[in-house]
Design a protein around this ligand. Structure first.
Ligand SMILES: Nc1ncnc2c1ncn2[C@@H]1O[C@H](COP(=O)(O)OP(=O)(O)OP(=O)(O)O)[C@@H](O)[C@H]1O
Ligand SMILES: [K+]
Length: 310
C-alpha cells in the first residue's frame, strides 16, 4: 500500500478583509460614502495555507471561523486555493475581520477584530493527529499563544519540523513555544521587537538573530524586503540570499507569508536551508508582482520557471 504524501499542517488565523476606498477618512460624527468596497480573504494562517497548497503540497488548515456570512466566503476561498479545510472549526460569533480604510493617496487605517481567531480554541484529536503526522507545521502569531504552543508541542514530540512566522503580535514569544520551534522567521522590525536590539545594519541583524539562536531557537530566518533574507543555522552559521530583481513591484502584501510558506514547503521536500531560501525568494518575487495576498500566491510551475530563468 502506498503511504499518503507528506502534508503541511498550518495552524493560524483567517480574516475577512473589508477594504473601503475613500477620498479621505471621516471625522468624528461624520458619514461619508465610500467609493468602493472589496472583500478579500486574508489572515496570516489562511495566506500561508493558500501559498503552500498553490505550491503543490497537500495542506491542512487548523483554524476557526465564526458563524457569520463571511465564514462561508472564507471557507470557499480557501478551498478554491486547494486548502483542505476539514479541520477548520466553526464557533459562535464573528469571523476574524479587518476593516481597512484606504485613502486615495494610498494611506490606510486598519481596525482588526480577532473574532473566531481569538475566541476560545479547541484543538481536536483530528487536528492533533494532522499535526503529529505532518511533514512540517507552519505557525504565525494571530491566534492565542497557548494554541500555538500546544500545536508546536504536539509537533515537536513527534519530531516534526516547526516553522514559526513571528508576524502578527509584538509580544515576546513564550519559552515553551520557542523551545519547540525549528525555524523562527521574523522580519527586521519583528526581530528588533523580539530581541530589544537595533536591526538597522546587517551586522546588527546578524547579532540579533544570533541572540535568538542562543535562546534555543534552532534556526532564525530573517526577511529583509528588497534586501532579501538572511539565515542563522543550527551551527550559528550565517547564510544570505539576495532578493530577485523585479521589473515592477505591484503590491508587496502577502510577500512575507508567501516567503515563509514556500520555505516550509522546500524544507518538507528535503531541500537544505540554502536551497529553501532560493525557492522562497523566487516565490516571493512572483507574489509581489500581483495585487492582493491570496490571489498573488504563485503556483509550483511559476516558481520552477522563475528558478530556471534565474
Ligand atoms: N521590493 C522587493 N523586491 C524584491 N523582492 C522582495 C521585495 N519585497 C519583498 N521581497 C521578497 O519577499 C520576501 C519577504 O518580504 P518582506 O521581507 O517584506 O516580509 P514581511 O515584512 O514579512 O512582509 P509583509 O508583512 O509585507 O507580508 C523578501 O525576503 C524578498 O525575498
Ligand atoms: K501581492
Amino acid at each position: 500500500m502506498q503511504s499518503a504524501p507528506p502534508h503541511i499542517a498550518v495552524a493560524g488565523s483567517v480574516n475577512a478583509d473589508l477594504v473601503f476606498s475613500l477620498q479621505r477618512v471621516p471625522r468624528a460624527g461624520e458619514t461619508l460614502a465610500a467609493r468602493g468596497l472589496a472583500v478579500h480573504p486574508g489572515g496570516k494562517g489562511g495566506n500561508q495555507a493558500a501559498a503552500a497548497a498553490r505550491l503543490g503540497v497537500p495542506t491542512k488548515l487548523v483554524a476557526q471561523l465564526g458563524s457569520d456570512a463571511q465564514a462561508h466566503m472564507l471557507r470557499a476561498a480557501l478551498e478554491g486555493y486547494g486548502v483542505d479545510s476539514q479541520l477548520v472549526r466553526q464557533v459562535e460569533g464573528p469571523s476574524g475581520t479587518a476593516v481597512i480604510l484606504l485613502e486615495e493617496d494610498g494611506d490606510n487605517r486598519i481596525i482588526l477584530h480577532g473574532g473566531a481567531n481569538t475566541a476560545p480554541w479547541v484543538l481536536s484529536d483530528a487536528a492533533q493527529a494532522a499535526t503529529s503526522s505532518a511533514g512540517a507545521v507552519l505557525l504565525q502569531r494571530e491566534i492565542p499563544e497557548a494554541v500555538n504552543t500546544q500545536v508546536a508541542q504536539v509537533a515537536h514530540a513527534a519530531g516534526v519540523t516547526v516553522v514559526l512566522d513571528a508576524g502578527g503580535c509584538a509580544d515576546p514569544i513564550c519559552q515553551d513555544l520557542l523551545r519547540c520551534v525549528t525555524v523562527l522567521s521574523p522580519n527586521e522590525t519583528e526581530l528588533s521587537n523580539l530581541t530589544g536590539l537595533p536591526t538597522e545594519t546587517e551586522e546588527q541583524i546578524v547579532a540579533a538573530a544570533q541572540q535568538l539562536h542562543a535562546q534555543g531557537v534552532a534556526a532564525v530566518l530573517v526577511k529583509l524586503g528588497s534586501r532579501g533574507s538572511l539565515l542563522v543555522d543550527s551551527q550559528g552559521e550565517v547564510w544570505r540570499e539576495p532578493a530577485c530583481k523585479v521589473e515592477k513591484v505591484v503590491d508587496t502584501t502577502g510577500a512575507g507569508d508567501c516567503f515563509t510558506a514556500a520555505f516550509a514547503v522546500a524544507v518538507l521536500e528535503g531541500k537544505p536551508y540554502r536551497e529553501a531560501m532560493r525557492f522562497a525568494t523566487a516565490a516571493a518575487a512572483l507574489c509581489i508582482q500581483v495585487e492582493g495576498a491570496m490571489p498573488s500566491m504563485p503556483s509550483r510551475q511559476q516558481v520552477d520557471a522563475q528558478l530556471a530563468a534565474a
